[in-house]
Design a binder for this molecule. Structure first.
Ligand code: NDP
Length: 313
């Protein structure tokens, strides 16, 4: 172990946050090592047009944007490993980061593993993924022009998705498992008063039905225990996101739903020398530009921390 190389910075995860941390820490000559994961690029890889990232006046495709981010990080010397980190040990320094049997040592770790959209977990939902089932109205809404669609969920995301979908669909059903929304009042009121939206309360989707594409949903009313068929061409699942923190449980302080807790206004986690950025520590904004912003913060926090510890190599 003593003759093993100790990295200045190991970055775990490669969306906008991770790549930006790579750009900043490589420009600071820290020679960062980045684990890109099995599917480099993160959630933007499943997006089409990104029109709200400053600097791309005409918009850019999500995967193309991540390619540009990656190139920029590589240009300054970020080393990429296309593997997923399977285990970490933050109990003592240098920290251990493991990918299968391989062990890497690091003086600082920047975590940018992101979050994953939650799904209902019924087999037919999986079968129709990309054939009418989506977890992102912003990405796929435009494919549902002049048809009827449904959104599952009662939080702000579901409200936002339902309202967005009214631009394309002739009718939007919001299916919620309770008789009141969790969403903020202002968003809920917009949904409740929208002429194109109908809410189906106390109900859950038990099956997605169709042929090649989605044709209808089997919807169960939980209170009456009755089931009806709802004819729709699309199902948008908007029941929240799960931060990708399974490997950090017991190593870092997480909140009650698994997001990494950072010290307000910084990317410091509960372990000195471990920093977190992007969606893995942000249940609120979840935007590419905010993720990139915190990626920059993490690189600067890590660099200053290394300087202070006289560990910069
Ligand atoms: P939330 O956790 O707030 O809401 C998830 C919703 O999905 C809840 O209504 C929940 O039902 C429902 N749900 C969860 N699991 C299931 C399931 N298995 N089957 C059916 N329904 C299910 O997640 P959001 O993504 O909506 O929001 C996350 C955070 O982001 C919140 O803090 C939100 O305020 C914020 N946000 C803010 C926005 C804005 O201000 N513009 C936009 C989007 C998000 P139940 O209520 O019964 O638990």
């Amino acid at each position: 172990m003593s003759d093993m190389n100790v990295e200045n910075v190991v970055i775990v995860g490669s969306g906008p946050a991770g790549y930006t941390a790579g750009i900043y820490s490589s420009r600071a000559l820290l020679k960062p090592l980045m684990f890109e994961g099995d599917q480099p690029g993160g959630q933007l890889m499943t997006t089409t047009d990104v029109e709200n990232y400053p600097g791309f006046a005409e918009g850019i495709l999500g995967p193309e944007m991540m390619e540009v981010f990656k190139k920029q990080a590589e240009r300054f010397g970020t080393r990429m490993i296309p593997k997923t980190v399977t285990k970490v040990d933050f109990s003592k320094r240098p920290f251990k980061v493991m990918a299968g049997d391989e062990v890497y040592l690091a003086n600082t770790v920047i975590i940018s593993t992101g979050a994953t959209a939650k799904y209902l977990g019924i087999p037919s939902e999986k079968k129709y993924m990309g054939k009418g089932v989506s977890a992102c109205a912003t990405c796929d809404g435009a494919f549902f022009r002049n048809v009827e669609v449904a959104v599952v969920g009662g939080g702000d995301t579901a409200m936002e998705e339902a309202l967005f979908l009214t631009r394309f669909a002739t009718k939007v059903y919001v299916i919620h498992r309770r008789d009141e929304f969790r969403a903020s009042k202002i968003m809920a009121d917009k949904v409740l008063s929208h002429p194109k939206i109908s809410v189906i309360w106390n109900s859950e989707v038990v099956e997605v039905q169709g042929e090649k594409l989605v044709k209808s949903l089997k919807v169960r009313n939980i209170v009456e225990n009755s089931t009806t068929d709802l004819k729709v061409d699309g199902l948008f699942v908007a029941i929240g996101h799960k931060p990708n923190t399974d490997i950090f449980a017991g190593q870092l302080e997480l909140n009650n739903v698994g997001y990494i807790i950072t010290k307000p206004g910084t990317t410091y986690t509960s372990v000195d020398g471990v920093f977190a950025c992007g969606d893995v520590q942000d249940p609120t904004y979840r935007q590419a530009v905010t993720a990139a912003g915190t990626g920059c913060m993490a690189a600067i926090d890590a660099e200053r921390w290394l300087e202070k510890q006289h560990l910069k190599r």
